[in-house]
Ligand binder design. Structure first.
Ligand code: 6R9
Length: 685
């Protein structure tokens, strides 16, 4: 242990794990450490802070050696040259550029399927598919999955899709979604998956930007009690894209008979083709297109703070190595695991941790089409028991919504297969963490609170379960090869216990390489705010033990009388109140303090609003953070405006809070636009 602390540590390079973490002192109550069980640690891939430090140090001191050793476990048709990676993150020294394994050729579909089959996993289940309705399910072994992928890949080639061409995929969580992604990858086409909850207008915008050879969709999907007619949305999007001079001549449509029969589907002869009519007629073998490690693998659009969505571009080799490695370590993956991530493949989490990361590891993955509260709030645990899920990865918003319901929905099911839990998408407040840990995981499963972004490709700051004690609400320490730094306004790195802007120093294999068609925006948004670093857009503090606490987007930081308060901190305090289910906090202008705190609060089922409760909520914040953080206003909110991926749209809340009701902007991307009117009607309560 002593020697570990003396590792050569350049500025901010090696995490400062303190004595408590290294196991020298007993965890005290005040530190709120959740120590992994000895049984778990003993079997874990990384079983101690010391082992992590050793691997981490190597990854930082010799990134080329560290990553090329890992990369050599994959199949490369040709290997990389003398340089494992090359980079320039400093725009003052020329164009920003990141390259890993350049010159090597490989194929991610080959590595996920053929390679695993050659290693004997052909008959292992690759995908368990669970439909919206209880009795609806299916499965594919690795061999069967490869056959399906090859048939589609052959079809795509037959209609002229070539290496480098874009393909837009607008599908719900059917097995056909990962199949379509892998088929594109197999022939070197660039997929652009658009979450099937986006409107026709958003879909059209993405089609116009990447000009695909075809769109792959299905006629309809059932989500909970509703049927959504996806084909109509695509039809409208294609009318719109044609108006913008991007006509798409082919729409491959999967018939999803449980949602809608073919006869009921609107059809445009000459453009629309049924998947089931053509794809199964193609051979089940398809040669692999070897691509350069730096050839594009996919585009995924993500919203910026303003305007046009950004087409985040990921390439092949680095992304492959990075998603596979992060998956393996952050979830302590073992071949016997059954893994379920509730994210949709329309988001980065579904790319990296439903499809590529787990399949590259030869894992068995659950793909769920439906809604987590249908037919009731016990559905997730029903699925966990049905497939004996061992690793369950979800978002805090889902945890909180399930927390509002009776815990009988959880305890009714056994859940004894579970061994690791995961969280992603936003900071998880300690009370949701505790509920997830205690109630869902019965205090036995470590929680990997994975901080990362569409842009980062894979996990950046995350616990390695079993390796060190956790702190509810902290994403803990950086993954191998990642050098997070906290900088002040001027871009100076701050050491030790501090808070500021989270940046990353140097590149990592999974980093995005550009914004499609707009390298300048890439540099301006991410590399110019703090010269020499990648700027994440997030705020972060590091505590005395070196743990990282993400405080939310920096545009969500409130400055009250010179005190910087993360909206997430106040929200977390509010949500810790036993009668508060969810809270969203925004800044409003304040005459005296500069900014004031405005809190939207959703109460738990069955509790009604009262003046007494308002006071008690404010008192909770005063007690947990300090008087300066007490909300100036509590706005009762039966529901919060969220995107379909579950992110709270603070932009809208800020407008409501400041009374700018005529400037609400576009509310069409909300999961439920009705909540906005509800909120406005409660403004004066
Ligand atoms: C993977 C994903 C990225 C933003 C990111 C941050 C927030 C994600 C988090 C988290 C705290 C976590 N975020 N995971 N904040 N703790 N574990 O969600 O990608 O949709 O691009 O969002 O989400 O603010 O900057 P993306």
């Amino acid at each position: 242990v002593e020697s570990m602390k003396e590792l050569p540590s350049g500025a901010g390079k090696i995490p400062r794990l303190n004595a408590v973490v290294l196991g020298e002192a007993l965890a005290s109550e005040e530190d709120d450490l959740v120590v992994p069980s000895e049984d778990f640690s003993r079997q874990a891939l990384v079983s101690s802070p010391q082992q992590y430090l050793e691997m981490y140090s190597k990854s930082i001191q010799d990134p080329a050696g560290f990553w090329s050793e890992i990369a050599s476990q994959f199949y490369w048709n040709e290997t990389w040259g003398s340089e494992v990676f090359s980079e320039n993150l400093d725009y003052r020294k020329g164009a920003v550029r990141i390259e890993w394994f350049k010159g090597a050729s490989t194929n991610i579909c080959y590595n996920a399927l053929d390679r695993n089959i050659k290693a004997g996993l052909g008959d292992k289940v690759a995908i368990y598919w669970e439909g919206n309705e209880l009795a609806q399910d299916g499965q594919l072994t690795y061999k069967e999955l490869l056959e399906k992928v090859c048939q589609l890949a052959n079809y795509l080639k037959s209609v002229g899709v070539r290496k480098g061409d874009a393909v837009v995929i607008y599908l719900p969580m059917l097995m056909e979604l990962p199949i379509a992604m892998l088929a594109c990858a197999r022939i070197g086409a660039v997929h652009s998956v658009v979450f099937a909850g986006f409107s026709a207008e958003s879909l059209a915008q993405r089609i116009v930007d990447c000009k695909p050879k075809l769109v792959i969709t299905c006629n309809a999907v059932r989500r909970g009690p509703k049927t959504i007619n996806l084909k109509d949305i695509v039809d409208n999007a294609l009318i719109e894209s044609t108006k913008n001079e991007v006509p798409v001549g082919l729409c491959l449509t999967y018939e999803n008979p449980s949602a809608m029969k073919r006869e009921a589907t609107k059809w445009q002869d000459g453009r629309d083709v049924w998947w089931q009519d053509v794809v199964p007629t193609f051979p089940t073998e398809c040669p692999v297109e070897w691509v350069d490690a730096e050839d594009p693998l996919f585009l995924l659009y993500t919203s910026g703070s303003t305007g046009k969505p950004k087409g985040v571009l990921h390439t092949t080799g680095g992304y492959m190595v990075y998603t596979a490695t992060t998956f393996k370590y952050a979830f302590d993956y073992k071949p016997s695991d059954v893994y379920w991530c509730t994210a949709d493949c329309g988001w980065i989490t579904g790319h990296s941790y439903v499809s590529y990361g787990p399949l590259l590891n030869g894992a068995t993955v659950v793909v769920f089409e439906g809604a987590p509260n249908y037919p009731d709030a016990g559905r997730c645990w029903d699925i966990v028991d049905k497939y004996k899920v061992t690793i369950f990865y979800t978002a805090p918003t889902l945890v909180r919504s399930l927390m509002r319901e009776s815990s009988k929905f959880v305890t009714h099911y056994s859940r004894k297969s579970l061994r690791v839990l995961g969280s992603v998408g936003e900071p998880i407040n300690p009370s949701a963490w505790r509920w997830f840990f205690n109630v869902v995981g019965e205090s036995r499963c470590p929680i990997s609170d994975t901080w990362w972004q569409t842009e980062t490709g894979g996990f950046m700051i995350t616990p390695l379960p079993g390796a060190w004690p956790q702190k509810p609400g902290s994403a803990t320490f950086p993954f191998f090869g990642v050098q997070p730094v906290i900088v002040d306004e001027k871009g100076n790195e701050i050491e030790g216990e501090c808070s500021g802007y989270l940046c990353i120093k140097n590149s990592w294999p999974g980093a995005f390489r550009t914004l499609y068609g707009d390298h300048e925006r890439y540099e301006t948004t991410y590399f110019k705010p703090f010269a020499g670093y990648y700027f994440t857009g997030d705020g972060c503090s590091r505590d005395k033990d070196g743990y990282h606490w993400l405080t939310g987007r920096v545009d969500d930081v409130i400055n009250v009388s010179g005190h910087r308060i993360g909206t997430a901190e106040v929200e977390s305090a509010l949500v810790s109140h036993p009668q508060c289910a969810e809270a969203a906090v925004v800044a409003v202008e304040h005459e005296v303090k500069g900014q004031g705190i405005y809190a939207f609060v959703t109460l738990i089922e069955g509790v009604s609003y009262s003046e007494e409760l308002r006071k008690s909520l404010i008192l909770t914040v005063r007690n947990q953070i300090g008087a300066f953080a007490a909300p100036d206003k509590i706005h009762w909110a039966p529901g919060l405006p969220k995107t379909r991926s579950g992110k709270i749209m603070r932009r809208i809340l800020r407008k409501i809070a400041s009374g700018q009701l005529d400037e609400l902007g576009d509310t069409s991307t909300l999961a439920d636009p009705g909540v906005v009117d509800q909120l406005i009607s409660l403004s004066d309560c």
